[in-house]
Structures are given as C-alpha cells and as structure tokens.
Design a protein around this ligand. Structure first.
Ligand SMILES: Cc1cc2nc3c(=O)[nH]c(=O)nc-3n(C[C@H](O)[C@H](O)[C@H](O)COP(=O)(O)O)c2cc1C
Length: 179
C-alpha cells in the first residue's frame, strides 16, 4: 500500500551530507511507489515556540510562519523522516525548533507511525549520534502511536558533499524502498 512520506531536511548547507541521505531515502521510497515530499528548512522562517500552550486547545500555533504548513504536512504523513547534522552531539537547532513548534500535534489525531532518523557528523564513533537519537526518541515518546523505526548514521563527513560515493547512501536508498 502506498504511504505518504514526509522528509524534513534540516541542514542549512547547500549540498549537505544529511540532505544527501534524505534524498537517497526519498528516492528509494519513490521507487517503491510511495508518495514522497522532501522539505528543506533552508529557506523557511521558523520562530521559537513561546510555550503558551494555546495550541493544546486550538490545535494551531499563535506564531504565523512557515512552521504551520510543515507541521500540517507532518500530521498527515504515514512516515516521518528527520535528517540532521549532528551539532554538539545533538540534533541541530533548526530541527529542534521545528519539533517544538510541532506541539499542536500533541493533542491531535496525527497519522504518522514510523519515524526515521538520518544523521551525519564529523566524528565516527558509536557515541557520536547517541545524543541526537535520545533527542528524537524524546519527541517520539510523546506520540505514543509512533515509533523510531531506524537510524541511518554517517560519521566521518565534515565538508559539504563529502558523503558522495559513501555506501551509506545505498543503505538509505534501501531503507526508503523498504518502508
Ligand atoms: C555548530 C556545529 C556543531 C557540530 N558538532 C559536531 C559534533 O558534536 N560532533 C561531530 O562529530 N560533528 C559535529 N559537527 C560537524 C557536522 O556534524 C558535520 O560537518 C556534518 O557532516 C554536517 O552535515 P550537513 O552537511 O548535513 O550539514 C558540527 C558542525 C557544526 C557546524
């Protein structure tokens, strides 16, 4: 059955490593016949959550910016994919800001079930992605119908485009095909 897949790519760099993972995953999902939308945060305006809790009653954020449209798409997705560079052993601030702004989804009848994390970093230790995993898992823990399905991590890439030719892109493509 065809699934709606929303991929959020959060690096602001052009030709970004984590975006390459996102694109490979998306390509795989498209090949498998799914409906894929890849969104970059590069050109988006996202304000910080102000913590007013209005959204818990109205299902809508009081801030009028690009987060609302993205969050609406997240709500309707079957599969959510978050791609992030590792910044200080956690997800990047752009993605954290979006996840906070997704607070209107908390009381809502959201559709997503499987969530994937795609991450890149300069270091290549098992521990390099641990904080990012914990951060994403913390968000998913608040959506009890959802689960962290898989993590695809590529360490050892620092400069833009350095991931090109890396076998992990094939791993991401295959994961996208197998959702
Ligand atoms: C502010 C900042 C913090 C970073 N922190 C880490 C880190 O804690 N560990 C690490 O291995 N790499 C770190 N990096 C390197 C990036 O994770 C790495 O360059 C990654 O490939 C960037 O992905 P992108 O091309 O998708 O932006 C950091 C880079 C920046 C700009």
């Amino acid at each position: 059955m065809s699934k709606r897949v929303v991929i959020i790519s959060s690096s602001l760099r052009k030709n970004s490593n984590s975006e390459a993972l996102a694109s490979a995953f998306g390509q795989g999902a498209k090949i498998a016949g799914h409906d894929v939308e890849q969104i970059t945060l590069r050109d988006k305006v996202l304000g910080f959550c102000v913590g007013c809790f209005t959204c818990q009653k109205t299902f809508k954020c009081v801030i009028d910016d690009d987060a609302n449209d993205i969050v609406g798409k997240m709500k309707q997705a079957d599969v959510l994919v978050f791609a992030t560079p590792v910044y200080y052993y956690g997800m990047c601030g752009q993605l954290k800001t979006l996840l906070d702004r997704a607070n209107p989804l908390f009381p809502s009848d959201y559709r997503f079930r499987d969530v994937y994390l795609l991450a890149t970093a300069a270091e290549d230790e098992e521990s390099t992605v641990a904080g990012t995993r914990t951060g994403i898992q913390g968000w998913i823990d608040c959506f009890e119908k959802a689960q962290l399905k898989d993590i695809i991590f590529c360490g050892g890439v620092t400069e833009v485009g350095e991931i090109a030719g890396n076998a992990v892109l094939e791993t991401a493509l295959t994961a996208g095909k197998n959702i």
